[in-house]
Design a binder for this molecule. Structure first.
Ligand SMILES: Nc1nc2c(ncn2[C@@H]2O[C@H](COP(=O)(O)OP(=O)(O)OP(=O)(O)O)[C@@H](O)[C@H]2O)c(=O)[nH]1
Ligand SMILES: [Mg+2]
Length: 427
């Protein structure tokens, strides 16, 4: 395992400690062994080197003594800072963005995720090429003579051109995939099932909830998604049909988790994957309540949902991992979840999906939100939209039906979801 030194600059941010803790988790998720942590307090970062001169020397010292392979900086370094630091530090330098990109490239499994990660990496590398070439030149033992520099510059130009060409190829391929997804989405909306989207911070338990709901609908063998205790276990979007005995079926989507300061290049590259959220009828915002940073994580999730333009979609907060809360741990037996009971308030539900607690209650809540809230409404349906009438008789209680010259008149008791969906047909 590669040995890493973490470097953090505290500019008076109250969340500094938890940011460093998260960086450590990220480093471990990337299979680094964190052997040392170095921090500095400053009013603002130094433009040229991010941290102070003295600290750079300290790093040089530690890297030799502790055989450091990689220095990981807590924030994003500018191309100039990276270049200057790499002049002094022999170990590889990664910043927060570089580290996250590295994790994503290790995790990417589907073709789309791989292309998206590659595109994000190229965007990130482009302005940093000079620094990288200098580092490679020096590590190769070159003296930096003028002839070598000449080769470096030619190479730099070639690299730039190659990256631009490759980026164009990637964009084309991703557009083709997105087009296919669009077709699938349209096919799905033809089936008229409501779409429920799982969203939330990475490792909150989204995929676990998806799998429990699949198990409940007896479809788990073929359709289970990957769940694991690591950051960014999921990188793609899966949509599954959840079948229930009450026939109030819905589609459920599971997608990539969020993270504070998620690199801009990544959000851009993953846009089409994340866009799925926008088409949802209901969001399930999954929160790991046992994580002491969960309030902050909810803020990040809410912000990301806003950025994706999905803030007006109705939402349920699913407070997960309640079994791990201190109040619920039976210390005499060291067992979790002993005293825990599922509870529900206006917009949130407290569950523990990992130990199968609260799943039925969650499904019930989803169904009430999608199919409940019955009120009488009158529809005038154009004869060209016959399918709507079919959906109403399936999912609502039809009270009156009349064929009129201008269209089919239906009076029915319908849920909030149907009412919003066909609001332009309500008279
Ligand atoms: N104790 C406990 N662990 C849980 C619970 N729910 C999920 N977990 C565990 O938390 C870890 C992460 O779960 P995932 O479902 O993969 O999380 P995710 O939100 O899909 O994460 P990403 O795909 O990485 O964004 C797994 O090891 C789960 O077993 C729970 O209610 N209680
Ligand atoms: Mg997941």
């Amino acid at each position: 395992m590669d040995r890493a030194l973490l470097v953090g600059l505290n500019i008076g941010d109250k969340d500094f400690d938890s940011s460093m803790e998260e960086l450590k988790n990220l480093a471990e998720a990337c299979e680094f062994e964190v052997v040392s942590i170095l921090t500095q307090n400053l009013a603002h970062p130094i433009a040229a080197t991010y941290i102070g001169r003295g600290k750079v020397e300290e790093i040089c010292d530690i890297e030799v003594k502790q055989e450091i392979d990689c220095c990981i900086f807590e924030d994003t370094l500018s191309p100039v800072q990276l270049k200057n630091l790499q002049k002094n530090i022999k170990a590889r330098i990664l910043d927060r963005t570089g580290l996250i990109l590295e994790i994503f490239s290790k995790r990417a499994r589907t073709r789309e995720a791989k292309l998206q990660v590659e595109s994000a990496k190229l965007q990130y590398m482009m302005p940093r090429l000079i620094g990288m070439w200098e580092a490679i030149g020096r590590q190769g033992g070159s003296s930096g003579s003028s002839s070598n520099r000449g080769i470096g510059e030619t190479q730099l130009e070639l690299d730039r051109r190659w990256i631009q060409k490759r980026n164009a190829e990637l964009r084309r391929e991703l557009e083709a995939i997105e087009h296919d997804r669009d077709i699938q989405r349209r096919k799905r909306s033809d089936k008229e099932l409501p779409l429920v989207a799982l969203v939330g911070y990475t490792n909150a338990g989204k995929s676990t909830i998806m799998n429990r709901l699949l198990a409940m609908s007896n479809r788990e063998e073929e359709k289970q998604v990957f769940e694991k205790d690591m950051l960014f276990a999921t990188l793609d979007t899966s949509v599954r049909r959840i079948e229930t005995v009450s026939k109030k079926d819905f589609l459920l989507s599971d997608t990539v988790g969020f993270l504070d300061k998620l690199p801009h290049a990544l959000i851009k590259a993953f846009r089409s994957t994340l866009d799925e959220i926008k088409y949802a009828d209901l969001l399930l915002e999954v929160v790991d309540v046992s994580d002491e940073r969960h309030t902050e994580q909810m803020r990040v999730t809410d912000e990301t949902i806003r950025e994706l333009g999905a803030e007006t979609i109705p939402r349920i907060y699913v407070m997960n991992k309640c079994d791990k809360l201190e109040d619920n741990v039976d210390s005499s037996q060291g067992k979790t979840g002993q005293k825990f009971t599922v509870k529900e308030t206006a917009d949130r539900i407290y569950i523990a999906a990992g130990v199968g607690q609260g799943i039925d209650e969650l499904v019930d809540l989803i169904q009430r939100r999608l199919y409940g809230g019955n009120k009488t409404a009158e529809f005038m349906i154009d004869y060209a939209h016959g399918a709507v009438a079919g959906e109403l008789s399936e999912k609502a209680t039809v009270l009156e039906r009349e064929y009129r010259p201008e269209g089919l008149y239906i009076k029915a008791e319908v849920s909030d979801y149907i009412r919003t969906k066909y609001k332009e047909m309500i008279i």
